[in-house]
Every structure is written in structure tokens, then in C-alpha cells.
Design a protein around this ligand. Structure first.
Ligand code: TXA
Ligand code: MG
Length: 330
């Protein structure tokens, strides 16, 4: 995709829902209303579409995304629900609650959407337009708030338009949303944790659980006691195999994670080579990143040598994640 291009705006009706579904199936980006805020949707199983989504939002890092589905049975195909998670889903879905749960083994959501984590954020939105799109699409749709990174979340189609026109394919205009703040996020761990306050008051959640939610830790590096971005709480995916960044040669016994069509000395002796993008396409590289790291981690190579990745566009986020991977497991 080469931005900018034309962004269509459609009033939410049956034809717009059909359009949205066709667009999602073709790997496109569709903004649509949920009851909390407008979301920017992409096919959750399509790594390339998700890479485009991060690019369109200008996300500095691959913060993991919420998978939206039409109902609880569809959510059970993505994640493992324990008794408390079932209770919360029964009580509050469809509605402004997101649950972070262990990913199921057959989960079709692309690694890039979950930032390589073993957990996944899932939500069943209540807005009729969101529900119609999800039902007709028939699979999970990832949807961060439809704003540029760093801007506030959009509550009207006009907000979406002013941030993202020329960067996405379609905006489905369903008028102003009802809730206006993002969903409440609860991590269903041994002790359920409030990861982000939002549209569903936490007291209501505690009443259903019959116990208090643990509060998410605050960022130790921040002097304003900011809560950590929820996705940063879980330890990010780090391979067991050491990761060596900016490799300009391959040493004996190393696997090579290549980028572009350049050749590095020692590459022919690499234990195994995977190329994030032979054409040097950063979107393709982003879509492949977590899957390739996992695959190379299984090869028992001594280390994973990673060729330098340019630092523009999605390269910034790729380098952020590679740096975390190189820090190893804590
Ligand atoms: O109301 C909402 O939740 C809206 C609408 C569109 O559904 N969506 C939304 O998405 O606010 P977004 O991407 O702006 O925020 C999602 C938050 C991020 O802070 C991310 O870190 C967190 O969810 N998150 C996603 N997956 C996670 C995971 N596996 N563990 C912890 N946090 C996660
Ligand atoms: Mg957001």
C-alpha cells in the first residue's frame, strides 16, 4: 500500500456492512463504531493487514490488539476461559469489557496482533453495527481505537476521518457512540487484574466475581506513576535462544534472520536462514517477525543473528521488539 489513498465513508446500512466485510476479507482496513469508541478493524488472521493497521495508526511499537468476535462461542475458539472468565463473559457480553486470557492452541489470530504473547485480549462489542460486521465476517477482527497513535480515541466518524483519511480504506459512519471511553480490560490470571479502567465500572465486575480486582502495577520508570500500557505488563515474547542484533556476519552455529537481498559473510554456513522480507518490505517483515522468531527458536541454533533493519516506518516497531527479544527471558 502506498499512502495516501482515498478513504470511503459510508452511512451504516446493510450495503455498508457488506462493503466492510468484503474490504476486511481483501486485507483492507475498516473503521466502524463500537459502543465504546470507533475501532479500526483488520482481519485478525491476516498478518499483512495487521502490519498495515499498525502503519496506518503510526504505532511506535506493536502494542497487542483486542480481537473482536460476535459472541461467546466464537471467543472460546480463541482463548481458554476459566470459571471466572466464563462468569464475566456471561454477565457483561456483549458490552464494554475486554478479557485477557491464555490463547487457545488452535487460535487463528496472527502472532503480530498479539505481539507474540501467549495471551490474547478478547471482546464481544454490543454496538449493532459492530455486531452486524462481525457476524457477517465470520471470524475475529482486531480493532484498536481508530485514532493516530498518541491522539485521543474517536467517538464520531468525523474524528476518525480527521485522523486517518488517506490511510485506511473505509469508514462506516454509525453516528456518535454511546459510551465514549474504551472498554475496561481485565486480565483473568490467578487473581483477576484490572489492566485498564474503562466503560464498565470495576465495582460491577467485583460484584459478579465476589472478590476485589488486583490493580495493575504502575510504571516504575515514570515519575507520574502512570499505569503501564496493559500490553507491556506481560513479559513480551522472548526466544530462549540468544538474539544478536545488527549482525553483519554469521558465526558458526548461528541461525540467520535476514532482511532484504544483501548477503552477509558466513550466511551460507548458517544453521538455518529465514528472510523477514527479501524485497526489503517493512510491512511484510512485521507480519513475519514473531512467527519467524518462534520458528528459529526451535532450531536449537547457538544464537539468532539478526541483520540490521532500517529504522523508518514499521522498522521502528520491529527494532523495538527485537531489542526486547535480545534482552532475553527474565
Ligand atoms: O473499547 C475498546 O477496547 C476499543 C474498541 C475499538 O473495542 N479498543 C481499544 O483498543 O481501545 P486499543 O488497541 O486502543 O487498546 C487495547 C489495549 C492496549 O492497551 C493493549 O496493550 C491491551 O489492550 N492489550 C491487548 N492485548 C493484550 C494482552 N494480551 N495482554 C495485556 N494487554 C493487552
Ligand atoms: Mg487506543
Amino acid at each position: 500500500m502506498t499512502a495516501p489513498f482515498v478513504t470511503r465513508v459510508s452511512r451504516a446500512d446493510a450495503a455498508a456492512v457488506g462493503d466492510a466485510v468484503r474490504c476486511l476479507k481483501a486485507g483492507g482496513l475498516v473503521a466502524f463504531p463500537t459502543e465504546t469508541v470507533y475501532g479500526l478493524g483488520a482481519d485478525a488472521a491476516d498478518g499483512r493487514a495487521i502490519a498495515r493497521l499498525y502503519e496506518a495508526k503510526g504505532r511506535p511499537a506493536f502494542n497487542p490488539l483486542i480481537a473482536h468476535v460476535a459472541d461467546l462461542p466464537a471467543a472460546r475458539a480463541l482463548a481458554r476461559f476459566d470459571a471466572e472468565a466464563e462468569k464475566l463473559a456471561e454477565a457483561f457480553w456483549p458490552g464494554p469489557l475486554t478479557l485477557v486470557l491464555p490463547k487457545s492452541s488452535g487460535c487463528p489470530v496472527a502472532d503480530l496482533a498479539t505481539a507474540g504473547l501467549d495471551t490474547i485480549a478478547v471482546r464481544v462489542p454490543a454496538h449493532p453495527v459492530a455486531r452486524a460486521i462481525l457476524r457477517a465476517f465470520g471470524g475475529p477482527v482486531v480493532a484498536p481505537s481508530a485514532n493516530l497513535s498518541g491522539h485521543v480515541s474517536p467517538t464520531t466518524a468525523q474524528h476518525v476521518h480527521s485522523d486517518l483519511t488517506g490511510r485506511i480504506d473505509l469508514i462506516v459512519d454509525g453516528g456518535a457512540v454511546a459510551v465514549g471511553v474504551e472498554s475496561t480490560i481485565v486480565g483473568c490470571f490467578e487473581t483477576p487484574m484490572l489492566l485498564r479502567p474503562g466503560g464498565l465500572p470495576h465495582g460491577e465486575i467485583e460484584r459478579v466475581l465476589g472478590r476485589l480486582l488486583v490493580q495493575a502495577p504502575t510504571d516504575p520508570g515514570s515519575d507520574t506513576s502512570q499505569p503501564l500500557a496493559p500490553g507491556m505488563l506481560a513479559s513480551h515474547y522472548a526466544p530462549r535462544t540468544p538474539v544478536r542484533l545488527n549482525a553483519v556476519s554469521v558465526e558458526a552455529g548461528e541461525a540467520l534472520l535476514a532482511f532484504g537481498d544483501g548477503v552477509v559473510p558466513g550466511a551460507d554456513a548458517a544453521a538455518v536462514t529465514m528472510n523477514l522480507s527479501a524485497q526489503g518490505d517493512l510491512n511484510e517483515a512485521a507480519a513475519n517477525l514473531f512467527g519467524y522468531l518462534r520458528a528459529l527458536d526451535l532450531t536449537r541454533a547457538r544464537a539468532i543473528a539478526v541483520m540490521p533493519i532500517p529504522h523508518h516506518g514499521l522498522g521502528e516497531a520491529i527494532n523495538d521488539r527485537l531489542r526486547r527479544a535480545a534482552m532475553g527471558r527474565k
